[in-house]
Design a protein around this ligand. Sequence first.
Ligand code: 2PG
Ligand code: MG
Length: 428
Amino acid sequence: MSDTRIADIKGRRVWDSRGRPTVEVDVRLKSGASGRAIAPAGASMGSGEAVDLRDGGAKLGGYDVGRAVNAVNSEIAVALASMDAADQAAIDQAMIALDGTANKGRLGGNAIVATSMAVLHAAAAASGVPLWQHLAQDRKVRIPLPEIQIFGGGAHAARRVDIQDFMVMCPGAASFAQALEWTAEVYLAAGHIMKQAGKLQGVADEGGYWPAFRSNEEALDTLVASILKAGFKGGDDVAISLDVAASEFGKNGTYTLALDDRKLDTGAMIDMLGRWCEAYPIISIEDPVAEDDAEGFAAFTRAYGDRCQVIGDDFLVTNAARVGKAAADGATTAVLIKPNQAGTITETRAALDAGKAAGFGTIVSARSGETEDVTIVHLSIGWDAGQLKVGSFSRSERMAKWNECLRIEETLGRDTVFAGRGALGFRR
Ligand code: 2PG
Ligand code: MG
């Protein structure tokens, strides 16, 4: 066995897909094996997330990460020196204890998650297998069903439309490669439609077309038109998935749809989404109501959760206890899993396990601020999450992840099982 004790940890400032600073960490083990990871960053964030440590002030809009990088190179490097990288739980626990806050705000969720993921990569490198395989051990894994954005919105497009992500999923595809090919056709068709309508205005933060629409419904109509133009039957082959990200425009039971110039209470919000579920081939809705509206979540899930996956993101913030409570309350049927919401690999895994124990759909997800880091693809496969959300079908921080998943599917060859439709979580 190689020596998996940590020899050296180095943090540095690199840059993310929004041109903002973020934290990269290199971990080197005594055996010489090494791992690297970069912290992503959200724009629409749950209030219960681990928080990034930013320097504030005027420089770089306050987004600089000098203090977080410094935390990696001083306190964290000292605390983890000579610890065993193969014992991820002990590594993560040491950082949690060292930070000492409930939201990881002292050392920074960005410093901690980048270190936690880099340690995991180093342990995988020491074992001589790809990360997904290191995580899966001998268990069977599936290649995830991808959830891919066609139009961006909400906080990722200057709130040009209220709804954040207009996405497609391909439950009828036979493989991940086929799901990507079908999505590429839909993305292409959407571009043609936008161009013809004189609405092609570039892309939003995650690579989906800029949502130059007059109403939220026009975005849905255009998405359906794109699916049909690409030659697919809406619903069976290619279906619609939405991230409403309702916490961005709703609080205390009032939702303000700026584009549609309407204010809705929780009941009206649920009715509107319900009408959309009837009128459009929607199979998944994330954060249909705000994070402070647990009863709204349960009401929506009771009404539509048998035919539409109901995902908690800002509501559950990759927290095992919250996932357990949502399961007990029937508040969602699925959970979004984002490592930097939890702050460590161990806590991320615990949230995913809680979701699986509840029979939920589990979706490993990127953030709107991303990089070339492809760790989440390996987590999704190695932990057999079944679903993967990465943003759209353009911009290399997104394509790097889709392409990594393609390579792994190819590696598996005949043994490949594509999660497909069966990965979706519905109310039972
Ligand atoms: C989300 C993510 C990705 P952000 O809300 O699910 O779409 O956005 O990273 O800004 O939270
Ligand atoms: Mg979300």
